[in-house]
Write a protein that binds this ligand. Structure first.
Ligand code: NI
Ligand code: MN
Length: 228
């Protein structure tokens, strides 16, 4: 069984019992987080883009756990420059095998800058992750895009992790359309309620998704879901 723990905002920890993979580790400074950086153990850190609410505690977490940071080339290179020993800088459309499984980088329509001086963070991405025989799609921050149809055609997605908060990303209506395109078995909404502009009602999203016959799981920060 693949265990998915929602750490708040867009941060998920995937654990198959052997490997721990964390996505977008925004923990300190995340008003929704129920854990501290010291509580978190990870072997791999996946980064969708450079914005602070995703890059978060990457450097500290990578050094503390001797974890490998996997991202686009620009963010991986930035992490190397900050003293992270193990990085993998891939890019959109590319993928690789890792001890936990494999992944592929997808497009995401968004920005990707680092810090207050808006340093270039490469293109934002999403991830198709294969782990424990399951296919997980973490969309990153993105607006709705037509190629989600292609993503859904090429991979049978077991779990889609989709932003639904609007303002910076898809809202619940666009995210429900994304589910139509992606045709996942299950979906978990993310990237809502953390800040005032992205307050929304995930139950409304789930109602729309259920009409499509897709299972929708609302995870409270700190809670886990066992994906069979
Ligand atoms: Ni962002
Ligand atoms: Mn964001």
């Amino acid at each position: 069984m693949l265990n998915l723990t929602f750490l708040g905002h867009a941060c998920f920890l995937l654990d198959d019992g052997k490997h721990k993979v964390i996505i977008d580790p925004f923990i300190s400074g995340n008003p929704m987080a129920k854990v501290t950086v010291d509580d978190v153990k990870a072997d791999f850190i996946l980064l969708t883009h450079g914005h602070g609410d995703h890059f978060g505690d990457t450097i500290e977490l990578a050094k503390k756990n001797n974890a490998t940071v996997i991202s686009n080339f620009e963010l991986a290179t930035f992490c190397t420059s900050k003293g992270v020993k193990n990085t993998a800088g891939l890019h959109i459309g590319g993928g690789a095998d890792f001890p936990f499984g494999s992944l592929k980088l997808t497009i995401a329509h968004h920005g990707s800058t680092l810090g207050g001086d808006l340093a270039y963070g490469g293109n934002p991405v999403g991830f198709i992750i294969r782990m424990d025989g399951k296919v997980i799609y973490h969309a990153g921050d993105t607006g709705l895009f037509m190629d989600m149809k292609l993503i859904g055609e090429m991979d049978k997605i077991d779990m889609a992790l989709l932003p639904v908060g609007g303002y910076f990303t898809m809202d619940i209506n666009d995210a429900a359309k994304a589910v139509e395109f992606l045709k996942p078995r299950k979906v978990i909404p993310m990237h809502y309620d953390t800040f005032d502009p992205i307050k929304t009602d995930p139950v409304k999203f789930c109602e729309k998704v259920k009409q499509q016959g897709v299972e929708c799981i609302i995870l409270e920060p700190g809670h886990s879901y066992g994906l069979e």
